[in-house]
Design a protein around this ligand. Structure first.
Ligand code: NDP
Length: 328
């Protein structure tokens, strides 16, 4: 089988040379184990953190070891009482064309929902959107919600839930295609192209009543501009800081705390795992919204095992609309 290992720890934006393809012999499953082949491989921005050798909420990947991430697979051989050949399962699994894992590492996909959705809207990014928005931002009807990284896996879900809650929703994204997509397919009231427009000017234009909730996926200047426009008791869900993940020299800060102080606002960071005991509630609600057609969903699908590194690197270039997935 083929596997992809971390060859070197990336400096700045990850490069192809940071990954290495290797041939391995996988053997056959022992008692309680299954042999899997991937159908859909998820690439996610948080994986960049694991490629660096710094302390975080998940340990770093080891050099020379396969990268591990969210994957939907088929069971091709089973020595387990829980899974049979042909089952579709998902779990945190190695980037490999075939692997053997313990039955404890995987779960069956839900019937009635497309398997790849377990990596997106009813998986980690969907849950992240759900909890960050409903538990931290707690948007009320009529409030203005701003979402950065709006056109990605998390942002597309956040905006739609905010619309379900009756809010005015303003997104920030990096291409004109994404701006149109968010307006036309994801219910965003207004969208700012941060690469071609003056973000401050457009925030003033699109948020005439100030900002009550901010769902932050990107950090950096965009976040500084949004915070300056917070209303009294604004709530910010600090979900991601992708604009800083490849920085070798992270600026010290934050410099915008007076704006938080003066408005009695809340900034709260979170990791989706904080909500593990409430995952069933969120999966249930997200599935209902998807099946009722209240939540639209988009995937950018890159084809082929060999293109996994390319898809991953693409996250930092804005190559995806919605969830970035590799179909094997
Ligand atoms: P996305 O699908 O949003 O993909 C990444 C997107 O980020 C790109 O398409 C690009 O869109 C944008 N981007 C890349 N570089 C920059 C930059 N320098 N400045 C601004 N935008 C940039 O990823 P996800 O939806 O999976 O994740 C979104 C965020 O949420 C990430 O920061 C991630 O780490 C975080 N996250 C946090 C979790 C948690 O538990 N707290 C769990 C899951 C995700 P564009 O064209 O608009 O630039």
């Amino acid at each position: 089988a083929k596997q992809i290992v971390l060859a070197t720890r990336p400096i700045g934006v990850p490069k192809f040379e940071d990954f290495r393809f290797e041939e391995v012999n996988v053997g056959s499953p022992q008692k309680g184990e299954v042999m899997l082949q991937p159908l859909y491989v998820s690439v996610d921005p948080y994986m960049r953190g694991r490629m660096s050798d710094s302390k975080s909420y998940v340990p770093p990947f080891e050099l020379g070891q396969p990268i591990v991430g969210g994957i939907v697979s088929t069971v091709v051989e089973s020595n387990s009482d829980l899974f049979k050949k042909g089952d579709t399962v998902h779990g945190l699994l190695p980037w490999a064309t075939t692997c053997i894992v313990s039955e404890k590492e995987i779960s069956k996909t839900f019937p009635g929902i497309s398997p790849s959705y377990h990596l997106g809207i009813v998986g980690m990014p969907g849950l992240t959107a759900y909890f960050g928005l409903t538990d931290i931002c707690r948007p009320k009807e009529g409030e203005t919600v701003v979402v950065s990284g709006a056109a990605g896996a998390v942002g597309t879900v956040v905006g739609q839930i905010a619309k379900i809650k009756g809010c005015r929703v303003v997104g920030i994204a990096g291409t004109q295609e994404k701006v149109e997509l968010l307006r036309n397919s994801f219910g965003y009231d207004e969208v700012i192209n941060y690469k071609t427009e003056d973000v401050e000017e457009m925030l003033d234009k699109y948020c005439p009543n100030g900002i009550d909730c901010y769902y932050d996926n990107v950090g950096g200047n965009i976040t500084d501009y949004v915070i300056q426009r917070f209303n009294r008791y604004a709530r910010m869900a600090l979900c991601g800081q992708i604009s800083l993940y490849n920085s070798t020299d992270i600026p010290m800060g934050p410099r915008i705390l007076p704006a938080i102080l003066k408005t009695s606002s809340l900034i709260k960071g979170f990791i989706v795992r904080d909500y593990m005991d409430r995952f069933p509630e969120a999966i249930n609600q997200l599935s209902i919204w998807v099946n009722e057609g209240q939540l639209n969903y988009k995937e950018t699908i890159v084809e082929g095992f060999d293109n996994i590194p390319k898809a991953f690197i693409g996250l930092f270039k804005g190559s995806n609309e919605g969830k970035m997935i590799v179909k094997i």
